[in-house]
Ligand binder design. Structure first.
Ligand code: GLP
Length: 230
C-alpha cells in the first residue's frame, strides 16, 4: 500500500482529483468507482473545476457507485443518487445513462445485487475505485462482521447507537477489488485508529478495510491527522 500524507483536506482533495483527472485524460472511456460521504466532496469539487477550467471531458466516462440506502429513491435528499447528482454529475458532462448507483427502491434485492455485480464485471471492473473509511474501519457499507462478503448485498447498519437499524445495498469486496487502483481517502483525527488498524493488519473482517492488503494497488491519500497513529 502506498501512503500519501497530505497537509490538509484541500491538499488531499487536489491530489485525489489529479489522479482521477489523469486517468480520464489517459483513458477517456474509463470506469470510475465513486463513493459518497463528506470525504470525497472536495475531490468532486476539484473535478468540476478541472471540467470547467481545463475542459476535463467526462463524455465517455462510466461510473459505478459503491452503495445506496435501501428504501430511498433518487429524489430523496439523503439518497446517494441525490448526493452524486448534486456533488458531481449535474456539473460535468457525463451522460446520465453512464452513471450507476444501486437501485434503493428495488423490490427484488437479490436480483438487483446480482445485476450490479454483473454490470461491474461487464464493464471490465473499475479503473479507479474511490473509497472512504468509517471510524470503525468499514468501507462502503461493509461493516465489521464475522466474515468478508464478496457479493453486492443488503446490509443492516446503525447510523447512531440510539437509532433503529437502517438498510443499504452495498458493493461487496469482489466488485471493489475489480479496481485496477483503489484510492482510499481519509481526513480527520477520528479516522486515525481505523487507518492504523488497517495498515498494521492483520486482515480481519472486524476491520473491513484490512482486506485491502490483498489488493495489489492501493493508494491511501490521507490528511496527516488521520495518519497520526501510523
Ligand atoms: C458511510 C459511507 C461510506 C463512507 C463513510 C465515511 O458509511 N457508506 O462509504 O466512506 O460513511 O463517511 P465520511 O466520508 O463522511 O467520513
Amino acid at each position: 500500500m502506498q501512503i500519501v500524507s497530505c497537509v490538509d483536506y484541500a491538499d488531499m482533495s487536489r491530489k485525489a482529483a489529479r489522479i482521477i483527472a489523469a486517468q480520464v485524460q489517459l483513458k477517456p472511456q474509463c470506469v470510475l468507482g465513486l463513493a459518497t460521504g463528506s470525504t470525497p466532496v472536495g475531490t468532486y469539487k476539484e473535478l468540476i473545476r478541472f471540467h470547467r477550467n481545463e475542459e476535463l471531458d467526462f463524455s465517455n466516462v462510466t461510473t459505478v457507485n459503491l452503495d445506496e440506502y435501501y428504501g430511498l429513491g433518487p429524489e430523496h435528499e439523503q439518497s446517494y443518487r441525490y448526493f452524486m447528482q448534486h456533488n458531481l454529475f449535474n456539473y460535468v458532462n457525463i451522460p446520465p445513462e453512464n452513471t450507476h448507483v444501486p437501485d434503493g427502491l428495488t423490490r427484488d434485492v437479490a436480483r438487483t445485487c446480482a445485476e450490479y455485480d454483473n454490470l461491474v464485471a461487464s464493464l471490465g471492473g473499475t479503473d479507479i475505485q474511490l473509497v472512504g473509511i468509517g471510524d470503525n474501519g468499514h468501507i462502503a457499507f461493509n461493516e465489521p462482521s464475522a466474515v468478508f462478503v464478496a457479493d453486492t448485498h443488503l446490509v443492516d447498519f446503525f447510523a447512531s447507537e440510539a437509532d433503529v437499524p437502517r438498510q443499504a445495498i452495498t458493493m461487496g469486496m469482489r466488485s471493489i477489488f475489480s479496481a485496477k487502483l483503489i484510492l482510499l481517502l481519509a481526513s480527520g483525527p477520528n479516522k486515525a485508529s481505523a487507518i492504523a488498524g488497517m495498515l498494521k493488519g492483520p486482515i480481519d473482517p472486524q476491520l473491513p478495510a484490512s482486506i485491502l492488503h490483498l489488493h495489489p494497488n492501493v493508494m491511501v491519500i490521507a490528511v496527516k491527522e488521520a495518519l497520526a497513529l501510523v
